[in-house]
Write a protein that binds this ligand. Structure first.
Ligand code: ADP
Ligand code: MG
Length: 338
């Protein structure tokens, strides 16, 4: 086997994951989903075991100067819960592995665990172990285990031509919140946007309802941004999509503050990551049920586009007739390095 000498920056995070998948080969047959979905799914009769892991690294995902340890603890669990939400699963247990600098204060770690405990209590998950090591920067890796009913789980690969495309909540708030956190010029920062970045709310209840009622055909959580995550869903489903730009849901606070950074308010909502909303597809026959679910859960859901043939590609359409073809991914860890 010859391995090209390209750098990670050249191949990108997803180019690397594709190669890892090839290097490791196929897993055993009881692994229903391995590399390539929001969580790994393992056959257990009618039930399925769900496993996912996500890491938060100081100065990559957060800076000690603007995050408090309590929210950091909550977020470390929340980003994993969001992946279970994206399958329509039930989270159960988690392990936490941490790298900690030796000068870190005990109250910092204690508050971090208070945050973890609060999030764990809210979503009824138990800490069952972990690992601790010395490190130069704070690293927090959570591995979350859950379960689901095999037949109802929602994968990235179920989207059909003619399906509607939906997203929960609003987009761009977290990316704008991050910009505002980093902006030293702004003294009084808008709480709602900052909060959405520091403390995402995993859409567990919505994910489960969509799966249980079989309303959706495919689902993913929006962690890399609308463009990137739509791309992942389209790639796995082997279809294309049209998104109506003006249908992308924006919050009032976002509309107000985004003007500080960009003329086109939709740009950041399209490309920015970490909203942890659910992006899903469903047959047009399910429209009524989906909107009534949205009302009963009091979670806004917007129909933002439609699934088309793969040969038609992926486009954003505007009211003024503009059509932008998308051929780039969303947030990529290695490509975003300077
Ligand atoms: P998400 O954004 O939903 O957390 P990722 O984009 O991080 O998903 O990962 C996509 C897929 O690649 C997942 O199935 C994940 O488990 C897998 N993956 C990511 N990094 C690695 C790695 N270093 N080795 C093996 N699999 C990986
Ligand atoms: Mg995900």
């Amino acid at each position: 086997m010859t391995i090209s000498k390209k750098s990670l920056q050249e191949i990108g995070e997803f180019g690397l994951i594709d190669r890892i998948k090839n290097w490791m080969g196929l897993p055993s047959p009881e692994v229903l989903r391995g590399i390539g979905d929001d969580v790994a799914v393992i056959h257990q009769g009618k039930k399925a075991l769900l496993v996912t892991t996500d890491i938060l690294i100081e100065d990559i995902h957060f800076e000690r100067s603007w995050v408090d340890p309590y929210r950091l603890g909550r977020k470390a669990l929340a980003v994993n819960l969001s992946d279970i939400a994206a399958m329509g699963g039930v989270p159960k247990y988690f392990l936490i592995a941490m790298g900690l600098p030796k000068n870190l204060s005990l109250p910092f770690v204690s508050l971090l665990y208070q945050g973890l405990k609060a999030e764990a209590k809210r979503f009824q998950v138990d800490l069952i172990g972990g690992d601790t090591s010395l490190s130069q920067r704070i690293m927090i890796n959570v591995c979350l285990i859950g379960e689901g009913i095999s037949k109802t789980l929602l994968y990235r690969n179920g989207a059909k031509i003619g399906d509607d495309l939906y997203v929960s909540g609003t987009l761009g708030d977290s990316a704008l919140g991050l910009k505002l956190l980093q902006d030293k010029r702004i003294k009084r920062k808008p709480k709602r946007l900052i909060e959405k970045h520091l403390l995402p709310r995993p859409r567990i209840e919505l994910g489960q309802a969509l799966a249980k009622n079989r309303f959706a055909s495919a689902m993913i959580d929006v962690s890399d941004g609308l463009i990137g995550d739509t791309f992942h869903l389209l790639r796995e489903s082997r279809v294309g999509a049209r998104i109506w730009k003006e249908c992308i849901p924006l919050s009032r606070s976002y509309r107000k503050w985004v003007q500080t950074y960009s003329e086109d308010p939709y740009e950041l909502a399209q490309a920015g990551g970490e909203d942890y909303e659910l992006l899903f597809t469903a047959s047009p026959r399910k429209r009524k049920e989906i909107f009534s679910l949205s009302r009963s859960l009091q979670i806004s859901i917007s129909r933002i586009g439609e699934i088309v043939k793969a040969t038609e590609g992926f486009h954003f359409l505007s009211k003024d007739g503009e059509s932008i073809s998308i051929d780039r991914m969303g947030y990529d860890h290695f490509k975003s390095l300077p």
